[in-house]
Design a protein around this ligand. Sequence first.
Ligand code: RM4
Ligand code: MN
Ligand code: MN
Length: 438
Amino acid sequence: MNEIIKIRPADPDFRAEQNAALNAALQEDYEILGRRMARRGIDIETVTELVSRFGVAVPSWGTGTGGTRFARFPGGGEPANVFDKIADCAVINSLTGATPAISPHFPWDEVADFAELRQYAATLGLGFDAVNSNTFQDHPSHGDHPLSYKFGSLSHTDPAVRAQAIRHNIRCIEAGEQLGSKALTIWIGDGSNFPGQSHFGRSFDRYIDSVKQIATALPPDWSVFLEHKIYEPAFYSTVIQDWGSSLLAAQEVGPQASCLVDLGHHAPNVNIEMIVSRLIHAGKLAGFHFNDSKYGDDDLDAGAIDPFRLFLVFNELVDVEAGSGFAKAPAYMIDQSHNVTDPIESLISSAIEIQRAYAQALLVDRAALVGFQDTNDPMMANQELKRAFTTDVAPILAMARAREGAAIEPLAAYRASGYRQACIARRPVRTAGGGGIV
Ligand code: RM4
Ligand code: MN
Ligand code: MN
């Protein structure tokens, strides 16, 4: 078991002590913002309440330092096992009040006793979000995966490899049931590097057939999230390359299947917010892996490059929330690779940025926007969105945190706590400096 969590960020007195010097200024900023919002007919308390209820799950694999295929530069005090990862996630939640769940990845996070793992997380106030299967790399030391995934998994030409990958996904569901999860996320690396290497149609058919078999193992209240990705590790084609492929597959698999949007898995400049809208239309939006990128994948922290895009995604979500509502609320998860920052700091920052985009989207005057749309007034329609986006909602986020007993300034509190230094002192040094995404 892990003792490191007892160190200060998890301690309410420490946070109260950190907040003490900041409370008065926050109160003042919050009142001023409240008055400004009231002039626009918005009740700040309603927004703060919604922000307080907002949660985004943290990926277990995001607590370690990431890398590129060229190198990984390990950070100090990296988690040595899933218990350490949970301890780090609890720190993030205690400071932000916004990350109450962890999304585990198997077999990376496998343990002999899942009930014990669930119990440990629960004692730190954390639950489990979607479980993730890993058939995008080989697991030579793991008895369940004797066959290689070099040429694919769920869409592999060899039925024995497909069967092995299907079994792994079913084991993930079983683990997730013990952890209290309600969804399985499937992302496969299957694809091809050369034109002609694989048959687009047949590999897609094999994938759908495999996922259908996995879906038969889903408990009735579970979902399976299909995650698309434009490229990498395959560099010419991937089997679930885009939202179209994902949607077709989800529709064929059935009502428990839906499409997960990882913001980094699209070509630059793709209109992701419109993809979100289309998936909502189809009733197939599973949820998100939030991150940001200049070029591709989950390279950077949410909101680091294009916070306006993040806002536009939330604008679509809030539009539904404010209207007909979601039959099933989308799952919010972070999925990032932290190569040059302290992963805990990046996850704290991202959780705040995601909340910020949500809060800004709540400020859009939806009736006014529809009016501008219906009278074909592009300038004022865009101004309406910009007005919401440019409102500094920081006092709302900070007040939501203060009221929950989280930190008014989470990054400053984290640095003041000495948590990382304590991890460096207690956890084994990781020297793995080779290439590899995670
Ligand atoms: C992939 C994808 C998956 C994640 C892995 C680690 O790029 O985003 O969601 O499980 O990375
Ligand atoms: Mn992802
Ligand atoms: Mn990714």
